[in-house]
Design a protein around this ligand. Sequence first.
Ligand SMILES: Cc1cc2nc3c(=O)[nH]c(=O)nc-3n(C[C@H](O)[C@H](O)[C@H](O)COP(=O)(O)O)c2cc1C
Length: 218
Amino acid sequence: MKHQIIADLEQRYTAKRYDSNKRVPQEQLNVIYEAIRLSASSINSQPWKFIVIESDEAKERMHRTFRNKHQFNQPHIKAASHIILFAYNPNYTREDYAKVVDKGIADGRVSPENREQAFGSFAFAELNTNELGDTSSWTKAQTYLALGNTLHVLARLGIDSTTMEGVDSELISEEFSRELDGYQCDVALAMGYHHQEEDYNVNLPKSRLELDSVLTVL
Ligand SMILES: Cc1cc2nc3c(=O)[nH]c(=O)nc-3n(C[C@H](O)[C@H](O)[C@H](O)COP(=O)(O)O)c2cc1C
């Protein structure tokens, strides 16, 4: 018998049209948000912000950011139930990591006398920081872990979604500058329930490269 995880992952797909009458129930949203928070990241850096577009007003603002490009994704903004902006800190610093260390102390994972020692792992962040203090390629990679985790959780909850790298990062930075507070959003995720007649992707078979062409067991 097929494992339930595989069945769920085979059933998930990228929705191309949403039913604007359906909304994700709050208790499932709470599961999704908590799952996002629990996402793993390098040195537990958590260099991210997740901005949820829920209200009509927020959707209107997000809708406006498609005026220059990627209009193929624009219909999802008003029709999908929610959109999550996955944003990363482009200049992750020791002060940012101090919040992680101090939360580790508060959570009983790090003892207060080992606080200084706990900053040892920050060397890994430094390795991924260029001469201008830019950590983007490293911190952005962390947001994709949260994204992948979210896709899996949505698959298991039976909620449809559309990952969108087709977003205008510059206009999002302008429109949501207050909320982003210097963080950068290069990818967003629409979620909801597909439109029964108009989602041309729903009945297409899943297509992936063969396992032996991407996986080597030694
Ligand atoms: C990082 C990333 C960015 C993507 N950007 C878009 C996008 O802007 N618009 C879209 O319709 N699909 C987008 N997709 C969906 C992919 O095309 C899709 O996941 C892939 O073809 C596999 O199909 P499936 O998700 O239906 O299994 C994106 C997927 C990922 C993982």
